[in-house]
Design a protein around this ligand. Sequence first.
Ligand code: G3P
Ligand code: CA
Length: 285
Amino acid sequence: MKRLFSTFIMAISFTVLFSVSAFAAEGEGELTSMGKQKEVVNVAHRGASGHAPENTMAAFQKGFEMKADYIEIDVQMSKDGELVILHDTTLDRTTDGTGWVGNYTLEELKQLDAGSWFSEEFAGEPIPTFEEVIDEFRGKVGILIELKSPELYPGIEGKVAEALKERNMDIPDNNKIIIQSFNHESMKLSKELLPEIPHGVLLGANWANVTDEQLAEFAVYADYFNPTMTILSPELVDRVHAAGMDIWAYTVRTQEQADRLFELGVDGIITDFPEYVYPHPVKNN
Ligand code: G3P
Ligand code: CA
């Protein structure tokens, strides 16, 4: 009887032990997967532009409220040399104006409605200036600054550098600021002006066959290799990391696209919908 009881107790113990181990292993797997996802930097593209008109204070505020790590902004220049935030080099798609951004003074650009095209709820949203955005959001959320078509705006790199330096935002420990562009010569120049600020190169679909030599050239002045997600493969992710750069891929507009990038092991995801990237507080990275 005693032996039977001991056997019964052993059997129960084994079952409990096995179940706990199995549960722990499963839990560990979930945590590992979630942990990995949490480390991916969440960048609200043109602000949370799936929810509010792109490149407006409303979109940036929404990105901040959604706990994105960074807001991404597109910087251009007015006719009178002021830095303004707008994606297209013409006004027609996202404002009630028409023609080239650079043909208008700041005062003229400030009269435009940059919200109604998205929804009447945002009627009258103005085009923000660069200074307005950095003064409102610095310290609250990271800012990924894209110099948009800088070849149209000679001197724009110097004006951005000046605005950042005036606010002591160019210092080594203030690295929630990153500057990027599709114009790589502009990034070389900007890096010279702001050596302590990380820079990135943006890459379109024509960079699918980027060579190791080109990656090494980028890495001289760039910390970030930010490609369209369409050119990424596991092999390219490894080669970029081997060259010493992080990868922030653009532009995610579905959960499936985000999930593929998690699998590929990118370091950041640039998205119109921050909710597709696990929301987490700003890290002091
Ligand atoms: O930050 C990446 C992304 O903004 C680049 O493309 O055209 O949206 O400025 P685009
Ligand atoms: Ca952009």
